[in-house]
Design a binder for this molecule. Structure first.
Ligand code: DC
Length: 218
């Protein structure tokens, strides 16, 4: 079984996907981390992320491994564990740039299809139900009010940076939405057959229970 969970930043999709995978004994694949891995390597090696040819050459030559584990998915880039480094806002911005490039998407989508081909996966991202696995058994699209998504991101960032400002995080969330929804290749959009869940007023646990109920065999 393949469960696809898409949605904008801060909709709760990664946390929900991780908990669902745990409950079902499936592997959780956070595809956003793969775009972040490409951006991180480009930033480390001084590649111009706005040069699609250079980024594609680098992505082709990069080994990205997703290691499932009790504490969550870990990401190795060319053998180095970079899980923590991928969470920064700078890497997130770089990821939005490389995610708008067709060749990078082809390379990462091929990896995602390969990882998911035997099923038993909960994959989250922006284009899982529309492009990566349009035939997924279950598709969900999580959304929430941008202010609430900004607040969630603010709570996460505040832990490591007490100076962080709520209004500027909400602005960043709106900017990221605009980029993700308006790029030419695989823009963020709900698959016609996905179930939409608005998580603005829901706790993560409630979203998980709803999805698990919807995944039960009928
Ligand atoms: O979910 P995230 O913030 O880790 O995603 C990082 C960037 O990658 C974000 O700009 C959206 C993009 N992305 C994508 O285009 N397709 C995916 N399947 C996953 C993420």
């Amino acid at each position: 079984m393949i469960i696809a969970i898409d949605g904008p930043a801060g909709s709760g999709k990664s946390s929900v996907a991780k908990m669902i995978a745990h409950r079902l004994g499936f592997q959780h694949i956070d595809t956003g981390a793969m775009y972040r891995a490409v951006a991180w390597k480009g930033q480390q090696t001084g590649i111009d992320l706005s040069d699609p040819d250079a980024v594609a050459r680098m992505a082709e030559a990069t080994d990205i491994e997703l290691i499932p584990g009790g504490g969550g998915q870990r990401i190795l880039v060319d053998g180095q564990d970079v899980t923590a480094q991928l969470k920064t806002e700078a890497v997130g911005r770089g990821a939005a740039t490389v995610a708008s490039q067709a060749r990078v998407r082809e390379i990462l989508v091929a990896k995602q299809r390969d990882i998911g081909k035997n099923g038993g996966v909960v994959m989250d991202g922006r284009d899982i139900g529309t492009v990566v696995f349009p035939g997924a058994d279950k598709k969900f699209f999580l959304d929430a009010d941008p202010r609430e998504r900004g607040r969630r991101r603010f709570e996460e960032l505040k832990v490591s940076n007490p100076e962080v400002d709520l209004e500027s995080i909400i602005d960043q969330v709106r900017e990221r939405d605009f980029e993700d929804k308006n790029r030419a290749v695989s823009p963020l959009k709900q698959a016609a057959d996905a179930i939409r869940l608005d998580t603005t007023h829901l706790a993560i646990e409630d979203v998980v229970e709803k999805i698990l109920r919807l995944c039960e065999p009928s």
